[in-house]
Unconditional design. Structure first.
Length: 163
């Protein structure tokens, strides 16, 4: 039996909780932010011994990147739920170049790109992680977000060179 105080009592089977009797593991799957909280596991053994285990479930979730731009600059802010140890930004699935035009604030949650150029257009990823999990969210910076990208070719365009 798994109990989330004042909310749910779950006796096998549960929507997102499973128990592996072979290794005595409690398995939580397909969790949402509504599942966060303190849980109590109550196990009754064959000899009628009762064991309790309390645990706190806290999820890490990168939910959205907001974009703001001004002439020549772009600001991306990663919205995060939960505690993270590391936040990394990527452009087109690659680490950001070592470039002084990129600056970060709020524990790297906010990234500003100064002196914006066409090669700054593309898909940006905010990836957060802690010792238990990793979460990421992506956003495309296009001509809809900033003037610099208006004439940028799409990723489907081919650049061909005649020899």
């Amino acid at each position: 039996m798994v109990i989330k105080p004042n909310i749910t009592t779950c006796i096998d089977p549960c929507r997102n909780i499973d128990f592996n009797i072979q290794n005595m593991s409690l398995i939580l799957v397909n969790l949402t932010l509504e599942d966060e909280g303190t849980y109590e596991e109550k196990t009754i053994l064959k000899n009628n011994t009762v064991k309790y285990f309390n645990f706190m479930l806290s999820l890490l979730y990168a939910s959205n990147i907001t974009i703001s731009s001004s002439p020549g600059s772009l600001t991306l802010k990663c919205e995060i739920f939960g505690e993270f140890k590391l936040l990394r930004w990527f452009r087109n699935d690659l680490p950001l170049p070592d470039d002084q035009r990129f600056s970060f604030t709020e524990n790297n949650k906010t990234m500003k790109v100064s002196n914006l150029i066409r090669s700054d257009c593309g898909t940006y990823t905010c990836q957060v992680s802690n010792e238990n999990e990793t979460s990421e969210v992506k956003v495309s910076v296009t001509g809809e977000n900033t003037e610099v990208c208006k004439d940028s070719p799409s990723s489907d365009d081919c650049f061909c060179v005649s020899v």
